[in-house]
Design a binder for this molecule. Structure first.
Ligand code: ZN
Length: 136
């Protein structure tokens, strides 16, 4: 490895360090035209982005104004990118508890992680905030 390559790779690892997962907590603020954002306790607003299923959760009207926490990292643009849905990076704080956001079809006993219809019976799933996740 040349000195120059070494310098470049040190720079790359510094970038990785800065991009380590972080969490942001605030009020989930939904607007029609823009992606959902979090309003922090100091009044600052953090724009959120995530994958399709995560975006579905952010846009769920049942969660509007919720005390929300997301895990992910800030992009250089200042937008907070939430970790992919399978990492379960979205939480609601309620009654002093940190709850996972899940959706439940009681008819089929099927749990999903984004709002919508049950893939089995096509019924609307219910919002189900849970302290623990079943092993899946
Ligand atoms: Zn169902």
């Amino acid at each position: 490895m040349t000195r120059r390559q070494f310098a470049v790779s040190s720079l790359a690892s510094a970038t990785v360090l800065r991009a380590q997962p972080r969490s942001v907590r605030g009020r989930l603020t939904q607007t029609e035209s823009k992606p959902s954002s979090l309003t922090l306790s100091d009044g600052k607003s953090v724009a959120l982005e995530g994958d399709g299923q995560t975006t579905g959760v952010l846009g769920d009207p049942r969660l509007a104004g919720a005390d929300f926490e997301v895990l992910g990292s800030f992009l250089p643009s200042g937008v907070f990118r939430i970790d992919p849905i399978h990492k379960r990076a979205v939480f609601v704080h309620k009654d002093g508890k940190r709850l996972y956001v899940t959706y439940w079809c009681a008819v089929c006993a099927i749990r999903t992680y984004t709002p919508g219809q049950c893939w089995c019976c096509q019924d609307d799933t219910a919002l189900d905030l849970r302290e623990k996740l079943d092993v899946d």
